[in-house]
Write a protein that binds this ligand. Structure first.
Ligand code: HEM
Length: 407
């Protein structure tokens, strides 16, 4: 069998539009809005011959397929490579890249560890750290909002919540970027990810070992589940690895994107300062508007159908969450950043059984930072051009000079 990008080539059903485009082209990844609009306009699903995949961007179909774990499995990888046909680039995640019943067991452990009740106990530490960082940055004058704030804050609080003794901002952020770039095709970004991962993975795995974790963090809670026999000790190390794969770069991106939204929309910053009850809705609107995870895939586990078209077993389907989150049929005026929108059902955290298990902690971090900033900062001023950093699955900034004007 000939393999295209590590998966089975397919013959699309008659009537599915064929689109000669590379969705992983770096220019599109950096500025995807036109691609999102074209994808939605072509119909509920399109065939992309370059990679022999189907792509979805309309809200309704994207939501349906992404949450349909019975027909569209995650165990064959959520990127372009089919783990059934090709050796995965790293040992697969035992939560993200598995199906029930394997998923049910690990998901239970992770949900308990990241429950709203547990996250609530971290709120004080998040807030204290946010105050320190924001005070320093107000003093600093112009700074790079990506490294000095969007990366620095989660790297200060999240490893501490996990109980990590070893913390390295560059390695932690790059590890997430590697995991997400590795989901794409064999392009420059994926090749960078495989190379960089070879350098970082040993450090990451060592940092996840039980003896490198304090006994009062989220990591210790996972290992305690192994002591109880709910999972094995090797599985515990893999779940702690999932914290680091999925819990750093995503939140860094969410925070960077929020700062970008407010720097671009000073009236919305004013609205947030005037009414702090809008902090949570502002977080949801940021996530909808910028979709930190722009694309994740599924594989048809059996012959099935989408929007009335037959889809054969083994078909790779990319679900373009960024396009669904900007679908005018769902959101009315999607291109407007409006913090009082309350965008219920946005897909930034996914949907269905794999919906983000870390969303409470992500919201908690973003809430701490934005509420401290709303108290202390009158204006968030751009101090240079914001530049996006292409990634095969993440829509994140590379750099963004800002200045915080105190109240
Ligand atoms: C703004 C920040 C975040 C965003 C946008 C985000 C986005 C997502 C999305 C879209 C999924 C669904 C994947 C799929 O269905 O294939 C997901 C799953 C997941 N996320 Fe997050 N995430 C964020 C923060 C976090 C944090 C802080 C953690 C860890 C503490 C985390 C851990 C996970 C894990 C382990 C999964 C897999 C869940 C499963 O398969 O059951 N995420 N996330």
């Amino acid at each position: 069998m000939q393999l295209i990008e590590g998966h089975k080539p397919i013959t699309p059903a008659d009537g599915i539009p064929v689109w000669d485009i590379d969705p992983f082209d770096e220019a599109i990844l950096s500025d995807p809005e036109e691609y999102y609009a074209d994808l939605r306009a072509k119909g509920p699903l399109v065939y992309i011959p370059r990679y022999s995949i189907l792509a979805l961007g309309q809200y309704e179909t994207t939501h349906k397929v992404f949450s349909d774990h019975e027909n569209f499995v995650s165990s064959r990888g959520v990127g372009l490579n089919d783990f059934k046909l090709e050796k995965p680039w790293r040992p697969p995640s035992i939560i993200l890249e598995v199906d029930p019943p394997d998923h049910t067991k690990t998901r239970r452990v992770m949900s308990r560890t990241l429950s709203p009740k547990v996250v609530k106990t971290l709120a004080g530490m998040f807030r204290e750290t946010a105050e320190q960082v924001v005070d320093e940055l107000i003093e600093a004058g112009t700074f790079d909002a990506v490294t000095d704030l969007a990366e620095r804050f989660p790297v200060a609080v999240f490893p501490r919540a996990v109980g990590m003794r070893d913390v390295d901002q560059r390695k932690l952020v790059d590890y997430g970027a590697c995991v997400f770039n590795a989901m794409g095709p064999d392009n420059r970004l994926r090749r960078w990810a495989l190379e960089r991962n070879a350098e970082i993975a040993p450090w990451i795995m060592a940092a996840c070992a039980r003896d490198r974790l304090k006994d009062d963090g989220l990591g210790a809670m996972i290992y305690a589940c192994a002591d109880e026999g709910e999972i094995t000790h090797d599985e515990a190390a893999m779940l702690v690895r999932s914290f680091l794969s999925a819990g750093v770069d995503t939140t860094v991106t969410g925070i960077g994107n929020a700062l970008w939204c407010f720097a671009q929309n000073p009236d919305q910053w004013e609205a947030l300062r005037a009414d702090p009850r809008l902090t949570r809705p502002a977080i949801e609107e940021t996530l909808r508007y910028t979709s930190p995870v722009h694309t994740f895939g599924r594989t048809a586990g059996r012959d099935t159908e989408v929007a009335g078209f037959p889809v054969e077993e083994g078909t790779k389907v990319i679900c373009v969450l960024g396009a669904a989150n900007l679908d005018p049929d769902k959101w009315g005026d999607p291109q407007t950043f409006r913090i009082d929108r309350r965008p219920l059902g946005h897909m930034a955290f996914g949907a269905g059984i794999h919906g983000c298990v870390g969303q409470n902690i992500a919201r908690g971090e973003m809430e701490a930072l934005l509420s401290v900033m709303a108290e202390k900062v009158a204006r968030i001023e751009p101090a240079g051009e914001a530049v996006w950093r292409p990634n095969n699955a993440i829509h994140a900034l590379d750099r963004m000079p800002l200045k915080l004007i105190p109240r």
